[in-house]
Write a protein that binds this ligand. Structure first.
Ligand SMILES: [Zn+2]
Length: 64
């Protein structure tokens, strides 16, 4: 597993924006860090979820 290495590389390389895995809206790296999963993905944003949902962890895993 080279997850840690990949993540470190991606973080230092990609300082720009990421997208919400749920709706495709652009989100900031900081937003992903706060509300997203540990792998750098975020499954919800202020465009498709409420702030309450995000604080409850809705952005950390795919909704199904
Ligand atoms: Zn979204």
């Amino acid at each position: 597993m080279d997850v840690l290495h990949t993540q470190t590389t991606a973080e230092s390389h990609q300082s720009q924006q990421r997208t919400c895995e749920n709706c495709g809206e652009y989100v900031t790296k900081q937003f992903v860090r706060v509300f997203g999963a540990n792998d750098g993905s975020v499954y919800g944003c202020m465009n498709c979820l409420t702030g309450r949902d995000l604080r409850e962890g809705a952005g950390t895993q795919p909704s199904d």
